[in-house]
Write a protein that binds this ligand. Structure first.
Ligand code: FES
Ligand code: FE
Length: 403
């Protein structure tokens, strides 16, 4: 049975958070706190780096910076996806160049170091090392790229540096250090089957927009988790989706959210009309889903927004206490692209506008929170999900692991 069927959607007012307040200032401005988050959360958890459709062919790759490490996520010859540290096994050179903090996409036949041309296969094996056969005892098999743990959930690619670090240690240290490692399957077990009727693994990407937001990453999660701000900040969104229609089915833990209603005959697009073929999903599962938009936050760097005809996904990459890189991708039904009724920009422009409205108020929040006058303020009855997000975040910072 789907979890969704077991857990009724609830109006905000029934979720516990009496007396909850916004987080203290240090969580938004302190470099020490930021470093602690990188260590206790981003070095331990599964992090979204993309969707399998974004690297469809052998040799397609994405390079992403994760907690200061550069990682290569690449499609192998037999279709499997690997992740490696972007570090040559000869003298350590960066293999695929990119500017600090930048996410890069590309395609290659093999990974070749720009320094002395050591060459690695798409599976990370060292396949070429000029003049190294003259070195006694040298074996190419001993120098594959360092792997990083990788897994797929609903077609989305996640990496986890917790185990990745452990693999670089001796066996004994690895066992000790990977004691708090949680497999991807175990991590996502509470969501098993919940999204399967959306066919997310089959969707195709239409567009990516990057946003460099001058605000702490937690402000975007808190902002995403409530629509208390919608009437003032999003006049157009409020016209098609009533701000007080939220009902949530995930109300505690690392996965939070639910749905909001879409007014009859309307869509989240600039024109207000559907902008593409609906995403194929089992209508029997949820007859009303055509009039709903589902919003879920997946701790600690993913926002998943499911619309009747498209899926929008945000990746959040904290760069400093006051700066966050946000990658926003839009995915559509694979058969939507060749049809006359495909107007992706109608939906994308709507959310680009809405995203920018959100980032703007997050930046204003950051500015005010940095003031000596700031003190935590009380959450309203419409901010139960941000309060629940804060609780899970604080627990992660205390325990360093999911409980
Ligand atoms: Fe890469 Fe020498 S450092 S080949
Ligand atoms: Fe908003």
């Amino acid at each position: 049975m789907h979890r969704q069927a077991r857990h009724a959607f609830r109006k905000n007012a029934t979720i516990r958070s009496a007396g909850a307040k916004s987080l203290p200032q240090k969580y938004f401005v302190s470099p020490e706190m930021f470093a602690e988050e990188q260590k206790k959360i981003f070095s331990k958890q599964w992090l979204l780096v993309g969707h399998q459709s974004q690297i469809p062919d052998a040799g397609d790759y994405v390079v992403q910076q994760v907690i200061g490490e550069s990682l290569i996520v690449i499609r192998g010859k037999s279709g499997e996806i690997h992740a490696f540290f972007n570090v040559c096994r000869h003298r350590g050179t960066r293999l695929i160049e990119h500017r600090a903090g930048e996410a890069v996409n590309g395609r290659c036949a093999a990974i070749q170091c720009p320094y002395h041309a050591w060459t690695y296969g798409l599976d990370g094996r060292l396949i070429g090392a000029p003049h190294m056969d003259e070195v006694p005892g040298f074996n190419k098999e001993d120098y594959p790229l360092h792997p990083v743990n990788l897994g797929l959930w609903e077609g989305f690619i996640f990496v986890n540096l917790n185990d990745g670090e452990a693999r670089l240690c001796s066996e004994a240290t690895a066992r000790q250090r990977s004691g708090d490692f949680i497999s991807l399957e175990r991590w996502f077990a509470p969501l098993a089957g919940k999204f399967s009727h959306w066919n997310i693994p089959k969707l195709q990407p239409a567009k990516r927009i990057e946003y460099d937001v001058h605000a702490n990453w937690k402000l975007m999660f808190e902002n995403y988790s409530e629509c208390y701000h919608c009437p003032g900040v999003h006049p157009m969104l409020s016209k098609v989706s009533p701000y007080d229609s939220a009902e949530n089915d995930l109300t505690k833990g690392p996965f939070l959210g639910g749905f909001m209603k879409i007014n009859p005959g309307k869509s989240l697009s600039m024109s207000g009309n559907a902008c593409a073929l609906p995403i194929e999903h089992d209508q029997e599962h949820d007859k009303e889903s055509t009039q709903r938009v589902f919003y879920y936050s997946i701790f600690p760097n993913m926002l998943l927004s499911l619309h009747p005809e498209y899926v929008m996904v945000h990746q959040l990459w904290p760069k400093s206490p006051e700066r966050t890189l946000i990658l926003c991708d839009w995915f559509f039904h694979p058969e939507a692209f060749d049809r006359d009724d495909f107007h992706p920009n109608d939906g994308i422009d709507f959310w680009d506008m809405t995203n920018r409205q959100d980032w703007h108020v997050c930046e204003l929040s950051q500015q005010g929170i940095a003031s000596r006058a700031y003190e935590p303020g009380p959450y309203s009855s419409r901010e139960k999900i941000p309060a629940a997000w804060d609780r899970y975040y604080l627990r992660s910072m205390e325990r360093e692991a999911r409980s």
